[in-house]
Design a protein around this ligand. Structure first.
Ligand code: SAH
Ligand code: DHB
Ligand code: MG
Length: 240
């Protein structure tokens, strides 16, 4: 028997606040980035503060020197990731919307991380082939958080730009549980479902997914590590 679940979205938010107050140092730079994003009319779809810190911790744990992010928005998650870089490390972040890019660039400057970040403006399905053509990568960590319908293609590009050991994280793969519905008419849900299925079918990665509740409602993220050289990869297993 399971007991009735008393939790509500309000309680999830209160618990998020409890952990953020306890474990995240007050951070006027990140607050300013969110404020500038809100003032510019950007949607508040950045990762939650404790998820931003999780990205930072994962990048640190993995000692990621080269990070790729798909979907910059106002640069909130980018700042968390950039702060995890060692000296000489670099983050490339891809954003399609010029207004989002402009807000993000100002936020990077204010946060003092602008010299660590290369923001590439344009639809990711155009900037990813450019990165590949320039021989960029392999990346140590790739965070997929742009438009959900293209997640399957983003996964293919992530593999191409990976090496054995690359960590691939994809946000928003639960969508309030809507991901369970194979008949969903929501193209975001369909994108997440196809992505999850590809993750399951791809022998070159080992993956899991975690649901999250909190100030951003009920969603979740997938995390994978590249365990074998994929046919798609242009990088083999080389790791400096
Ligand atoms: N990672 C950010 C949130 C990203 S929201 C954070 O947590 O702070 C998703 C972003 O993807 C939006 O800014 C949106 O403009 C961008 N986007 C949507 N379609 C895109 C595309 N085709 N290529 C690149 N970026 C895209
Ligand atoms: C949406 C996008 C996100 O990256 C997110 O974290 C939450 C919502 C969206 O497009 O609805
Ligand atoms: Mg997201």
């Amino acid at each position: 028997m399971t007991s009735p679940d008393p939790s509500t979205a309000e309680q999830w938010t209160a618990v998020d606040r409890y952990f953020c107050d306890l474990l995240l140092a007050p951070d006027s730079t990140l607050d300013a980035a969110l404020l500038a994003s809100a003032e510019a009319g950007l949607p508040a779809i950045n990762v939650a503060p404790n998820q931003g810190k999780l990205l930072y911790l994962l990048a640190r744990i993995h000692r990621a020197r080269a990070i790729l992010e798909l979907g910059t928005l106002g640069g909130y998650s980018s700042i968390w990731l950039a702060r995890a870089l060692p000296i000489g490390g670099r983050l490339i972040t891809l954003e399609a919307d010029p207004k989002h890019a402009e807000v993000a660039r100002a936020n990077f400057t204010r946060a003092g991380v602008d010299s660590l970040i290369e923001l590439r403006l344009g639809p990711a399905l155009e900037t990813l082939p450019q990165l590949a053509a320039e021989g960029r990568g392999p990346f140590d960590l790739i965070f997929i958080d742009a438009d959900k319908p293209n997640y399957p293609d983003y996964f293919r590009w992530a593999l191409k730009l990976s090496r054995i050991g690359t960590v691939i994280i994809a946000d928003n793969v639960v969508r309030k549980g809507a991901v369970l519905d194979p008949a969903s008419s929501d193209e975001n849900v369909q994108g997440a479902r196809r992505f999850n299925e590809m993750l399951a079918a791809e022998p070159c990665v080992s993956a899991t997914a975690i649901q999250t509740v909190g100030c951003k409602g009920h969603d979740g993220f997938a995390i994978a590590v590249v365990v074998a050289e994929s046919k798609e990869s242009q990088h083999g297993s080389a790791s400096p």
